[in-house]
Write a protein that binds this ligand. Structure first.
Ligand SMILES: Cc1cc2nc3c(=O)[nH]c(=O)nc-3n(C[C@H](O)[C@H](O)[C@H](O)COP(=O)(O)OP(=O)(O)OC[C@H]3O[C@@H](n4cnc5c(N)ncnc54)[C@H](O)[C@@H]3O)c2cc1C
Length: 433
């Protein structure tokens, strides 16, 4: 049984580790050179937040301690208003649960190294998939030495949001796709260490909510921070001169300016990335070709769940292979049936979280709501659990999270109405007396 995985990013490399444990012969095909020796692309999502779902997958292949050794736990959000004091908002009722800022490159390298160290796994770099016949598993790759044709019993597309495998399945008329581009782009900036120390609190994810736009910053192991601007598409082009950029940041992000000596260079030279949600139907063809991770269902990054969700895909596919006695023909449709509603749920929650991060977190009403929510979690442990807690600190299926949170809100609404009724009755009877 020969399995080909297209894409040796986070999903593909993790998948290879899982499949190697089944004794399969796995080849990873990656369009880029070996990232362990190549230069990182400028301004392309340097770090990411890994939480329980991602850690659960890493635990299963014995890699969690290695990855967590360099992780920086973030226990809450630090809100930076335009004027006034910073405001820390804990992620959990106990205040000690954290999501982890991890270097994307280091995580990918750790997974790749673990994959190629496993029996039966090999990797071909600088192999870009350009053709696929999904019915027979024949692939053509463009390489520096010319085109190469290979065949595999199973082809798994883990080649990201712009997936070539998905594109080929689309051209074969097997899948339909819908990409909802967000009308926002992202650009990375940097805050270097100051005298060898973090310039901001490294125990928080920093947010500069600005209504229709925002900036976030996550800490890195070298004591720098990577900031990401999420601005309406096109608005990046409005700032073209050093003085224009500095003036804009002085007015809108005043505390960033003294911390970001490379602001103008970063702003002018780092690319603007696109954001969107990918919907694909179906994810598999002929019981032998399938899509996983971003290739099947890329989401916007505002819940910090894209990679976590992709890692959960790998765990679920592995479970489906267990449940079908290793039959790919049955495991792939089962994987899609079990996973689809969950990926759709996190796609919705990720979009909703954008509004929360860029706008609501700054409001006193939101702060009060969070305080009430945490109080309820402490008073009713296990009965009332916040959405953030369920998404980030549990492996409760995403669709179940949505249903449960909806039920909790309904109950709370009913309780609030009942409490108001009692209050009204008491006040009226007192007034009569
Ligand atoms: C700004 C930003 C911030 C994010 N923050 C978070 C976060 O905090 N937490 C989180 O969980 N997720 C986050 N994500 C989402 C996360 O990055 C993705 O969900 C994750 O990278 C998906 O992994 P993947 O392996 O499926 O795809 P990718 O990481 O895109 O990897 C795909 C791989 O396939 C290769 N490839 C592509 N085409 C071909 C081809 N034709 N032939 C061969 N190889 C090919 C690529 O070179 C790449 O190595 C963020 C995303 C963005 C954009």
């Amino acid at each position: 049984m020969k399995v080909a995985i297209v894409g040796a990013g986070l999903t593909g490399s993790l998948l290879a580790c899982f499949l190697a444990r089944r004794g399969l012969t796995v080849t990873l095909y990656e369009r880029r050179p070996d990232p362990r020796v190549a230069q990182v692309e400028r301004g392309r999502s340097i770090n990411l937040a890994i939480s329980e779902r991602g850690l659960n997958a890493l635990r299963k292949i014995g890699l969690v301690d290695e990855v967590m050794a360099d992780a920086l736990p973030m226990k809450g959000r630090m809100i930076h208003p335009v004027t006034g004091a910073l405001d820390f908002q804990a992620y959990s009722a106990s205040g000690d649960r954290a999501i982890n800022s991890i270097s994307r490159g280091a995580l990918n390298n750790a997974l790749l190294t673990a994959a190629v160290a496993a029996d039966g796994v090999s990797v071909e770099f600088e192999h870009r998939l350009v053709e696929l016949d999904s019915a027979v598993g024949r692939m053509v790759f463009a390489t520096p030495a010319g085109k190469v044709s290979v065949e595999a019993d199973v082809v798994l597309g883990a080649d990201g949001a712009g997936s070539a495998v998905r594109e080929q399945l689309l051209a074969e008329g097997i899948v339909a796709e819908n990409v909802d581009f967000l009308d926002y782009g992202y650009k990375e900036l940097s805050i270097p260490a100051v005298d060898g120390e973090f310039a901001l609190d490294p125990g928080a994810l920093h947010i500069w909510p600005r209504g229709t736009s925002m900036m976030i910053a996550l800490p890195n192991p070298d004591k720098s921070f990577t900031c990401t601007l999420f601005w309406p598409a096109g608005s990046f082009d409005a700032l073209t001169s050093a003085s224009g950029i500095e003036d804009h940041f002085r007015i809108n992000y005043p505390d960033l300016l003294p911390l970001a000596p490379n602001l103008v260079d970063d702003y002018l030279n780092n690319p603007v990335g696109v954001l969107g949600t990918v919907h694909t139907l179906p994810w598999q063809a002929h019981g032998r070709t399938a899509l996983l991770g971003d290739a099947a269902h890329a989401i916007v990054p505002f819940y910090g769940q894209g990679a976590n969700c992709a890692f959960e895909d790998v765990v679920e596919l592995d479970r489906c292979l267990d449940d079908t006695g290793g039959s790919w023909a049955r495991a792939l449709p089962l994987f899609e049936a079990r996973r689809r509603e969950n990926t759709e749920a996190i796609a919705e929650m990720a979009l909703a979280n954008f509004v929360e991060m860029r706008d609501k977190v700054a409001s006193p009403v939101f702060r009060l709501q969070k305080q009430i929510e945490h109080t309820l979690e402490r008073l009713l442990p296990g009965t009332y659990v916040s959405r953030y807690e369920l998404v980030s600190f549990s492996t409760t299926p995403y669709a179940e999270v949505q249903h449960r949170v909806h039920r909790q809100h309904q109950l709370l609404g009913a309780a609030a109405v009942a409490a108001a009724g009692v209050l009204f009755a008491v006040t009226r009877s007192r007034a009569r007396r």
